[in-house]
Write a protein that binds this ligand. Structure first.
Ligand SMILES: C=CC1=C(C)c2cc3[nH]c(cc4nc(cc5[nH]c(cc1n2)c(C)c5CCC(=O)O)C(CCC(=O)O)=C4C)c(C)c3C=C
Ligand code: FE2
Ligand code: FE2
Length: 335
């Protein structure tokens, strides 16, 4: 009888684990509360001393925010589940089809389900002795990329026989990523029933302090926008959304930027969110519904939110290239 962590098949296989942020299991206040409690207890996300933060989190935040956020989730929830989970799952399935026998492709969430620990265990049970950990964040941030890798290593800390692992580097300036964005944006703009006067790239925000502490997220986002602008031969405005708490966050803020653009004469706008690999609450509800309302209320006329790369053919070509490069030496190079 083999011990539980012993691979069940003889041929060693290569695994690719796509990792995204995480989302509640259901759009109700209890599920959102469970998710937020895990997410906002992560010291990589909220960098306030535990003794100060925990009473605030378990006091005002977890008693007020779950109800409000559950209402927001209800507006974008899909028949198959939370958009972030549905798109991440579909991306893994499409990448698996594209990669065939070269690798076992799976997906996991940093917070909530399916957990990184459970999918790493499942991949090991399928014989994956080598695993590429691929956090699907183009721009590196300690609050996203680093904590996803921390969770993977924490799971491995409990394994007697660990797989060999590699991690996908940030791809904010990778020509394959910029090309995927260029193609996706060009196609979506051509399908609109209006010609935008401006294109805005809205990124998830971060406390400004993290920039001064050395987190490269802001610089990565700025570089993505510069390269995208060059690739599209179009001016691209840039802003940061999803402000949380009282500290100063990165600026300019998205809704304030939309208001300013209307004042400067922009009437028709397209908004993209290149910091997100998959559509989620922050893109569909915060931009697609709320930011749109602000833009129109300020006097804007046409607003289009252009969806994320999700599981589009452009996204799969991108991930095949990024992943293929990292797997060199592990599998035959075919991409
Ligand atoms: C301290 C607060 C937060 C930091 C820092 C933060 C960074 C950060 N987040 C993403 C990507 C996503 N965030 C999402 C939701 C979300 N984010 C925060 C707070 C911080 N994020 C909260 C409280 C929430 C939950 C929703 C809400 O109540 O408003 C999501 C979407 C999840 C979903 O279920 O759809 C994503 C994706 C990045 C990329 C980032 C730093 C770069
Ligand atoms: Fe967030
Ligand atoms: Fe938000």
């Amino acid at each position: 009888m083999l011990p539980a962590d012993h691979p069940s098949i003889a041929t060693p296989r290569v695994g690719v684990l796509l990792i995204n942020l995480g989302t509640p299991d259901a759009p109700d206040p209890a599920s959102v509360r469970r998710y937020l409690a895990e997410f906002l207890s992560d010291p990589r996300v909220v960098e306030i001393p535990r003794l100060i933060w925990q009473p605030i989190l378990h006091g005002v935040i977890l008693t007020t925010r779950p109800k409000k956020s559950a209402h927001a989730y209800q507006q974008v929830w899909m028949t198959e589940g939370s958009p972030l989970a549905v798109h991440t799952r579909d991306t893994a399935a499409a990448l698996q089809r594209a990669m065939g026998q070269d690798a076992v492709v799976d997906w996991a969430m940093r917070y909530g389900n399916p957990s990184i620990a459970s999918r790493l265990a499942a991949m090991k049970a399928q014989g994956c002795e080598r695993i590429l950990l691929a956090p699907l964040y183009p721009q590196y941030s300690a609050a996203t990329t680093a904590t996803a890798l921390d969770a993977a290593f924490a799971a491995m800390a409990k394994m007697r026989w660990q797989p060999a692992v590699r991690s996908l580097p940030p791809y904010h300036d990778d020509p394959a990523y910029i090309e995927a964005l260029r193609l996706s944006i060009t196609q979506q703009m051509a399908a609109l029933d209006f010609k935008p006067d401006a294109l805005l790239a809205s990124f998830h925000g971060m406390p400004e302090r993290t920039l001064h502490l050395g987190d490269p997220y802001h610089c990565h986002a700025v570089k993505t926008v510069r390269l995208l602008q060059e690739a599209l031969s179009l001016p691209v405005h840039m802003s940061f959304q999803s402000r949380f708490g009282r500290a100063k966050w990165l600026e300019p803020e998205t809704e304030a930027t939309l208001t300013r653009l209307v004042k400067e004469g922009v009437r028709n706008i397209a908004v993209v969110t290149p910091g997100f690999s998959a559509d989620c609450l922050e893109t569909l509800e915060e931009i697609g519904l709320r930011a749109k309302e602000v833009f129109l209320a300020e006097g804007g006329e046409k607003f289009a939110f252009l969806p994320c790369l999700n599981a589009s053919p452009e996204a799969i070509t991108l991930y095949q290239r990024l992943v293929g490069r990292e797997l060199s030496g592990w599998v035959d190079q075919r991409v």
